[in-house]
Design a binder for this molecule. Sequence first.
Ligand code: KG4
Ligand code: ZN
Length: 337
Amino acid sequence: MPTILLGIESSCDETAAAVLVDGLLRSNVVAGQEVHAKWGGVVPELASRAHQEHIVPVVAEALRTAGIAKEDLGAVAFTRGPGLVGALLVGTCFARSLAQALNIPLLAVNHVHAHVMAHFIRDGSNRPSPSFPFLNLTVSGGHSQLVLVRSPLDMEVIGTTLDDAAGEAFDKGAKVLGLPYPGGPLVDMHAKLGDPHRFQLPKPAIEGLDLSFSGIKTAFVALVRREESKQPGFARTELNDLCASLQSAIIDHLLAKTRRAIRLHRVSSVGIAGGVAANSGLRERLQELGEREGVEVFIPPFAYCTDNAAMIAEAGRHLLEAGQTAPLDIVPVPRTS
Ligand code: KG4
Ligand code: ZN
């Protein structure tokens, strides 16, 4: 009998479900939530309601495209946290009920660990994955971490943001430029057309491997407001150079810390994961850093960088193999640190 595993993701503003059959990805469905765009950020109550609307059709679609009946499922993995509590509750309750109804194991996945597992999703392509141990830069809307990955179940956070996440710096910078949420992909798009040296932003002076983005963000917001008050329309006319300068300051900081971690921990492979790993400038410059430092670079395809359930199912697969199943009365953990 093949092992058929359903993964469910509902930590923020994407409702997602994926099916793995003997470790091979058979479906990967993601429903986004446009309802937040006009508010300039994710509204937790609206996210929770949208998850409730989406979860049944998204899971049904994942099963249908995989050609699987729910009775064939052998286990269900879900995101336990970190994330928005009302959003996590929807996926948690759904997964608990399914596990109970079908009498199958329940697997509680840490969302940030799951982002790292994006490197190992097997989908029929011959993409190589990093060998252990490797260094991973996990950068999303909620997290920025440097992680030493020793195995799928052994990850050590060796550096973390002291304030905002990298994705937040992109999104808040985009907001002051009048771009809709989530602004990261739009900053990326405009940055391609702009001059990254046009506007100088501070380099965060943080010891060790920790990160900080609030200085860059505050300086950027102040710059835009100051210039906008002197020359109305400044943000619009200088949009490309502003985006390029913001993106370059964020990437400089991320890569300075990554280079330091590579040297300190003498790793031979480095990966990126999380929504910000979809950034084309970061992908390109990490490749260059890898070449300079003599380390191999691993970058998952876009679809596995932003929130998805394939990574949840992949992380759940390892929990199942290790016998680490969850009790049916398990509750979400919105914060893990
Ligand atoms: O991993 P993710 O989908 O959700 C969280 O777990 O937070 O990450 C979402 C974040 C948002 O801040 C979004 O703006 C950012 O990833 N993002 C990007 C790009 N695509 C998504 N940031 C910069 N450039 C991109 N191309
Ligand atoms: Zn995420």
